[in-house]
Write a protein that binds this ligand. Structure first.
Ligand code: AOF
Ligand code: ZN
Length: 369
């Protein structure tokens, strides 16, 4: 939209805030928000439901009821035009009698892709597209990455000490950042569909990788371990909690002579992991893994540790965003070096956000396209 009004931008900003609050909670559907506004008053307000349906528009229209007649609908994503578990939102908007629909961005889903707008316009509804489009892209970036690139959006997160270390050899989990940073990471986990670590981190730290913030406990992401040889311990917290929160172990097919010789032991380990509720996925490259995750509807992946996993994604050019939390203390002797720190961020990334979280410095970088 060439010149959106201030009012349109304010309502769309409110809708985008609502959509962001539900990121990671509507999978495999995107978190979309809709406001129905009559004479400057919000008479309907909703976000995509937890299971993905009903969609935002259907719920907001239900709340507005008769007050939707002649109103303006603000939607963060183009209303759908396909039949799912419920009829298309474009049809629901037409039936409601709204006079105008304001959209932040179009939906690249091939079942929609402009057809939602056509349906609305054919019914005589005024449609304005492109209000706060950058913010709209930001709020839907994971969904858009999966739709367009057929893989999840990847965020690499590092907690780095003042001397550039991510841990200490043999010391298990080492506290590098303070409570505010740790809470931020919990929120990030809740907003993400899947979280990944390498087997080194899984073994050394025995992490659970769940969300433990009050109110968000049931927003834990799927947990993924890069574990070529299936070394993940059956006694690890990850395996022991696999029945409650899914765990996928990513292995490769045996290739070296010794791996081939140990084929029967490996089959035994695989069976034991599967009996404990862990899924074993055999894929080749990092790119293959991401394609496999994308085809299951995983839109966002958080790579949380350690150096080997981080390198694998960086070397493949498959990192979209980097978050670095730099703590105030040094680790010194026996430190495990971070693949990079805030002073040596790989080329091709630009700083988009920074903040002070207690004693920690937080910096976020985005891939330059
Ligand atoms: C909307 N409003 O709130 C959302 C939409 O699996 P289905 O049938 O629910 O369809 C998923 C698709 O619906 C998804 O790819 C995207 O195109 C759209 N999401 N659309 O009108 C919503 N979440
Ligand atoms: Zn819909």
């Amino acid at each position: 939209m060439a010149n959106p009004t201030r009012k349109d931008e304010r309502f769309m900003a409110a809708a985008l805030r609502l959509a962001r609050q539900h990121l990671g909670q509507t999978s495999t559907n995107p978190s979309v928000a809709c406001l129905i506004v009559q004479d400057g008053v919000i008479v309907g307000r909703a976000v995509t439901a937890r299971s993905g349906r009903p969609h935002a528009e259907a719920q907001a229209l239900a709340e507005a009821g008769e007050r939707a007649r002649g109103a303006t609908a603000y939607v963060t994503l183009e209303p759908c035009s396909h039949h799912g578990k419920t009829p298309p939102c474009a049809d629901a908007l037409v039936a409601s009698g709204v006079a105008r629909v304001v959209i932040s961005i179009l939906d690249p889903d091939e079942r929609v892709a402009g057809r939602g707008v056509v349906r609305l316009r054919e019914a005589g509804i005024a449609v304005d597209i492109g209000v706060l489009p950058l913010e709209g892209h930001g709020a839907l970036e994971a969904y858009l990455t999966r739709q367009v690139s057929k893989r999840p959006h990847v965020t690499l997160k590092l907690a780095v000490s003042a001397d550039g270390m991510i841990g200490r050899t043999g010391a298990g989990q080492v506290r590098i950042t303070g409570p505010i940073s740790r809470a931020q990471v919990q929120i990030l986990r809740a907003q993400t569909d899947a979280i990944l670590v390498g087997i080194g981190t899984a073994t050394a730290d025995d992490p659970e990788l769940t969300v433990r913030l009050p109110g968000l406990e049931d927003c834990s992401p799927i947990r993924i371990v890069l574990d070529r040889r299936l070394d993940l311990s059956l006694g690890s917290k990850l395996v022991r909690s696999a029945a409650q929160t899914p765990v996928i172990v990513v292995s490769g097919e045996p290739s070296t002579q010794s791996e081939l010789e140990q084929a029967s032991e490996r089959a035994g380990r695989r069976a034991a992991l599967e009996a404990a509720g862990v899924e074993v996925l055999e894929t080749g490259t990092v790119a293959d893994l991401l394609t496999a995750l994308g085809s299951r509807g995983i839109s966002s992946l958080l790579v949380e540790g350690g150096a080997v996993a981080a390198r694998a994604f960086l070397d493949a050019g498959l990192v979209d965003r980097i978050q670095i939390y730099t703590g105030p203390q040094t680790i010194g002797e026996n430190g495990i070096a971070s693949p990079f720190d805030r002073k040596s961020v790989p080329p091709g990334f630009k700083l988009v956000r920074s903040a002070q979280y207690g004693d920690d410095l937080f910096e976020e970088y985005e891939r330059e396209n």
